[in-house]
Every structure is written in structure tokens, then in C-alpha cells.
Design a protein around this ligand. Structure first.
Ligand SMILES: NC(=O)c1ccc[n+]([C@@H]2O[C@H](COP(=O)([O-])OP(=O)(O)OC[C@H]3O[C@@H](n4cnc5c(N)ncnc54)[C@H](O)[C@@H]3O)[C@@H](O)[C@H]2O)c1
Length: 307
């Protein structure tokens, strides 16, 4: 089995590469190192330093490696950045995805996995509810819109071109190696700030002083499990939420982390940010039926602290 992991120098992609290498799968990484790092690459894994927007280079890499499966994680992964420059976001996340789909078909790849976002694609859902895959997505950020457009192309390639696909909609992923420079990784950002003794900022859900947005925090090991299940053909549904089904406010997250550290840290309450979904909890039942109970937040944060 040969697996090409795009975005394999990034946070989630590198965990997936590590797990696949452990299973003796032949792996290659395609990444332009925009937000990823050479330090996340593993010995013995082929590396194509390539921009997914460069169609010819993408075709050449896929033709050269001849993967059985492509798992597509390369992306502009920041909601804030997508608001700042939605054209660049769409170029990478929509047009780059089309390049990979076309290259996968040309190379007769047997399965294509797409890393999508449950956190940003469903938009705001009513408090107390959970977004299931049957819910019509209503993204409120350019990042969510781009991911939905890319998903629609993935479905087109499945239905009209005959490419077997899995779309994995991740909740908010956290774990070791997540960059604290990325806008999205609040767990990594808070950890870095606690270590440096700096205050933690709680961006408002509605008004400064509230507990902040509600998110479904899923540990990266569950995301890796879902990918491996899909690579092995164990996920029959074309779309799967990868989630815990539990909501946590930014304030509760900050409290969990400061308690685990045993260190009182100042909390600063700021305005709501543009593009931030207020309440995002996914229905993770499909994932848990296939892979068992998701890692709890307490267990996952403890694991993240160890690294
Ligand atoms: N982290 C989360 O909470 C989360 C949630 C939902 C979905 N996702 C999706 O999962 C995937 C991985 O996310 P992550 O958190 O590991 O982000 P990341 O930023 O750590 O990884 C993205 C990788 O893509 C690479 N990349 C960016 N633009 C590229 C381009 N034009 N050409 C080639 N490579 C490029 C980066 O260098 C990086 O290595 C992304 O598709 C993201 O949208 C992440």
C-alpha cells in the first residue's frame, strides 16, 4: 500500500504519516512548508516540496509516487487568514484540491480522502444541538465556504468520474506538535502562553466577558484513526464527522489547562472575532460506532502537555 499525504509536514498530516510509517505503509509527503515544518518530516518518507496550486508539479509528484490512496490535508488552515485574504484561501483550498483530484484520477488512485471541517462548514447551530452530516452546511467564513466548495468538487469526482472518496469533517483538532503560531490552534496557543506566563485571551461568543465560543475538541489520535479506517476501506459513508459530540467553552478550556499546569494565569476577555462560529458541536456518533469512544478532553490535554 502506498499513501500520499498532502500537508504531511503540518500538524495533523505529520501524525498521520507517523502512524502509517508505524504500520509499514509506504508513505510520501507533498507540502510547500507554508505552515508546516521540515522538523515534522520523517526519515525514509519521500518528500515532494510542492505547491498544490502548481498543477504541473502536482501531476508530476502523483505520477512519480503512484499512490494507492491520496489523503489530502494540505490547506490554508486559518479562519482569520481566510477573512484577511479570501482569494488566496480559495486558490489553495478550492483550486489546489481540484489539481489533486485531477492528478489522482490521471494516476488511477483507488481512494481519495479529503480533510474537511465540521467546525467551520456547518456554521452557527442552535445552542445545545449537535451538527449531523444531514444538516445543510451554512459556513460563515471564507475558509468554511472554500472547504464546502472543495467538498462539492470531491463529491462530483465521486459521482461523475468514479473516484472512491471519503470526506472527513473534523471538529477542532488538538494534540502534540500543533503550531502555536497558527490562528486556529487555541489549545497550542494557550499552552505556549501559560508556559511563558502570559495572559490567555477569551474572544467573546457574543459580548466581552462571556465564556467565549463553544467548540468540540477532538484529539489528533482520533483523527488519525479515522484516516486509517478510511485508507483501509472501513468507512462506507462518503461523509463522516470526526468529533466527540461534546461542547467546551474557551473559558472552560482555559480553566482545564491552568489546572493541569497547576498555575494561575490571567484571563483577558476580548471582543468577538469576525468569522468565528459561536457554537459548534458535531454529532460524533458515526465516528464512535466505528472507532469507539473518542479521547476525553482531560485525557487528551494531559497527553498534549507531555510533549
Ligand atoms: N486543526 C484543525 O482543528 C482542523 C479542523 C478541521 C479541518 N482541518 C483540516 O485538516 C488539514 C490539516 O490541518 P492542520 O491543522 O494540520 O494544519 P497545518 O497548517 O498544520 O497543516 C497544513 C499543511 O498544508 C501545507 N500547505 C499549505 N498550503 C499549501 C500549498 N499551497 N501547497 C502545499 N502544501 C500546503 C502547510 O505547509 C502545512 O504543512 C487542513 O486541510 C485543515 O483545513 C484542521
Amino acid at each position: 500500500m502506498r499513501v500520499l499525504v498532502t500537508g504531511g509536514a503540518g500538524f495533523i498530516g505529520s501524525h498521520l504519516v507517523e502512524a502509517l510509517v508505524g504500520k509499514k505503509v509506504e508513505v510520501a509527503v507533498l507540502d510547500n512548508l507554508q505552515s508546516g515544518s521540515r522538523n515534522n518530516l520523517f526519515d525514509g518518507v519521500a518528500f515532494f516540496e510542492c505547491d498544490i496550486c502548481d498543477r504541473d508539479a502536482v501531476f508530476q509528484a502523483v505520477r512519480e509516487f503512484q499512490p494507492d490512496v491520496v489523503t489530502h490535508h494540505a490547506a490554508q488552515s486559518s479562519v482569520v487568514e481566510s477573512v484577511r485574504d479570501c482569494s488566496a484561501d480559495a486558490q489553495t483550498n478550492v483550486l489546489g484540491t481540484i489539481n489533486l483530484l485531477e492528478a489522482a484520477v490521471a494516476a488511477n488512485v483507488s481512494r481519495f480522502l479529503f480533510a474537511s471541517t465540521g467546525g467551520a462548514i456547518y456554521g452557527d447551530i442552535p445552542s445545545g444541538s449537535r451538527a449531523g452530516i444531514e444538516l445543510t452546511p451554512q459556513p460563515i467564513s471564507p475558509y468554511g465556504i472554500g472547504k464546502l466548495a472543495a467538498e462539492t468538487y470531491v463529491r462530483y469526482f465521486q459521482q461523475w468520474v468514479g473516484l472512491p472518496v471519503n470526506i472527513l469533517r473534523y471538529a477542532n483538532v488538538y494534540g502534540p506538535r500543533q503550531s502555536s503560531h497558527a490562528e486556529a490552534g487555541v489549545v497550542a496557543i494557550f499552552l505556549a502562553k501559560i508556559r511563558k506566563g502570559e495572559p490567555l485571551t477569551i474572544y467573546a461568543r457574543k459580548h466581552p466577558g462571556d465564556e467565549g465560543c463553544i467548540r468540540d475538541y477532538v484529539h489528533v489520535s482520533d483523527v488519525v484513526q479515522a484516516n486509517i479506517g478510511a485508507i483501509e476501506g472501513r468507512i462506507s459513508a462518503p461523509v463522516l464527522n470526526v468529533a466527540t459530540g461534546l461542547g467546551t467553552s474557551t473559558y472552560q478550556l482555559a480553566r482545564h489547562l491552568t489546572q493541569l499546569f497547576g498555575k494561575e494565569t490571567e484571563l483577558v476577555f476580548a471582543d468577538k472575532r469576525e468569522g468565528d462560529v459561536e457554537y459548534s458541536v458535531l454529532d460524533g456518533d458515526g465516528f464512535q460506532q466505528l472507532f469507539g469512544t473518542a479521547v476525553t478532553l482531560r485525557e487528551g490535554l494531559r497527553n498534549t502537555l507531555l510533549f
